[in-house]
Structures are given as C-alpha cells and as structure tokens.
Design a protein around this ligand. Structure first.
Ligand code: COA
Length: 175
C-alpha cells in the first residue's frame, strides 16, 4: 500500500456504515457506476452478514478508521456450479484517494483470496462512459470481451456496458 497509514483488511458487518458512506459518495457523482441508488446502512449490513465463504469484501482504511475504498468479490452465478470458478468484482474509491494505489492494493488482496478459494477468472461490466475504470482494469490485466448496448439508463441517459475478463492463471502486474 503506497500511502503510509493505509491498510487493507476484510470487512465485517460493523463496517456497514463506513462502506455505505463510500458508495453514497461515489454514486452521487452519477457517472461511474450502474448503481443509481446506494444501499442503505441496513442493506449493507445484511449483505456483509450474508457473505458466503467464497465471497470477499476487502476495504482500505486509514489508521484513524476512515474507509476510503473497497472491493467486493461475488460468485458470477450463485445457482450454476458450472460457473463456480468465475467471480465478479466491484471497486469503489473515494475521489480524494483515487490514483494513489488503493485500487491496486485492494485487487492484490482480492486475487490472493480468489486464487485460494478456487476462482479462475473474474468478469466485470463497466459503463462505457467510465473510461477511467476501464483504464484501471486494463492496467491490472483485464481484457475487453464484449459490449452490451443501452444496458444502463441513469438520469434519463442511455449508457452501454463494456464486459471485461481477467484470468487468474495469467500472472499480471496487478497481483
Ligand atoms: C476506478 C477506481 C476503482 C481505480 O482505483 P484507484 O485507487 O484510483 O486506482 P490505483 O491508483 O490503484 O491505480 C492502479 C493502476 O491503474 C491505473 N489507473 C487508475 N486510474 C486510471 C486512469 N483513470 N487512467 C489510466 N490509468 C489509471 C494507475 O495508473 C495504476 O497503474 P500502476 O499501478 O501501474 O501505476 C477508482 O478510480 C474509482 O473508485 N472510481 C470511481 C468508481 C468506479 O468507477 N468504480 C468502477 C465501477 S465498475
């Protein structure tokens, strides 16, 4: 972790409020995510409490306890065993902390967990207008693999989603 005083750790249900605050800040920007309504603290707490042993939720926090970003890892399909090796990610970093290595540090922990938990690939869908997140994921080793047209409508505007995939068997610069 490049910033002294920051650390990455697994989240617990007690982190719900701090995590909800990060999602609230990022979704308020309106431009990054397909999430148009941030989860409430109660919804976030229920989600954290419900995580299975194959789900991971890592957060980056300062020494004073402020959560500045997080990354979730879920099974791509919770019903298909044929896709049990595929995970999906979500990454959110507060504006002031972007471009300082937080996302990469989170990805390092997520990939370590994922490899040990039997995942072999990640799939993500990033809004086409979110060039910054696409650049981030490409830098970590993700490759573009498809496009869903007019998949997101936020504030009355259509946006496509770019599908990207990453194979854990290929050791990339991100982990
Ligand atoms: C996208 C996001 C998660 C990246 O996190 P971050 O902490 O800013 O990324 P890092 O600083 O760890 O960058 C990791 C690498 O990606 C590169 N990168 C990050 N943002 C980039 C950008 N906008 N353009 C080009 N490269 C970028 C960095 O240069 C870095 O490369 P290096 O480690 O080889 O030097 C963060 O900007 C964010 O939360 N954005 C808003 C929410 C969002 O869009 N989430 C994704 C929704 S799908």
């Amino acid at each position: 972790m490049p910033d002294a005083g920051l650390h990455v750790r697994r989240a617990t249900a007690d982190d719900a409020e701090r995590i909800a605050a990060v999602l609230q800040a990022v979704t308020a920007e309106r431009v990054h995510s397909a999430i148009d309504r941030p989860w409430s603290v109660a919804e976030q707490r229920r989600y954290l409490a419900s995580l299975s042993p194959r789900d991971a939720f890592h957060l980056a926090a300062t020494d004073t306890g402020e959560v500045v970003g997080y990354q979730s890892l879920d099974r791509y399909s919770t019903v298909l065993d044929s896709m049990a090796h595929v995970g999906q990610l979500g990454t959110f970093v507060l504006p002031a902390w972007r471009g300082r290595g937080v996302g990469r540090a989170l990805f390092g922990e997520t990939t370590r967990f994922a490899a040990a938990a039997g995942y072999r690939k990640f799939v993500i869908a990033v809004r086409a207008s979110n060039a910054s997140a696409q650049a981030f994921y490409r830098r970590l080793g993700f490759a573009d693999c498809g496009r869903l047209q007019a998949q997101v409508v936020i504030d009355g505007r259509d946006d496509d989603e770019i599908l990207m995939e990453f194979f854990l068997t290929i050791s990339g610069p991100g982990w």
